[in-house]
Design a protein around this ligand. Structure first.
Ligand SMILES: [Cu+2]
Length: 74
């Protein structure tokens, strides 16, 4: 299981959290999605054998949210 913490811009309400949960929840290999619009974070647990970070951030971008891995952000 891979744990990924993302800083996400563009979330403004709980509707955004729901949307992100739905969009990411459809991906194979996703185990948990925890979106927090106040903190501007999305935390996901996923199976690295079936899914990778670029797919997740790509899907978020398609939905209109820009995501940056918190570990990569300086
Ligand atoms: Cu919203």
């Amino acid at each position: 299981m891979t744990h990924l913490s993302l800083t996400v811009t563009g979330m403004s309400c709980t509707g955004c959290e729901q949307r992100i949960s739905t969009v990411l929840g459809r991906l194979d290999g996703i185990h948990r999605v925890d979106a927090d619009h106040r903190a501007g974070t999305v935390v996901v647990d996923f199976d690295a054998d079936t899914l990778d970070e670029t797919v997740i951030t790509g899907r978020l971008a398609d939905a209109g949210y820009e995501a940056v891995s918190r570990e990569e952000r300086r």
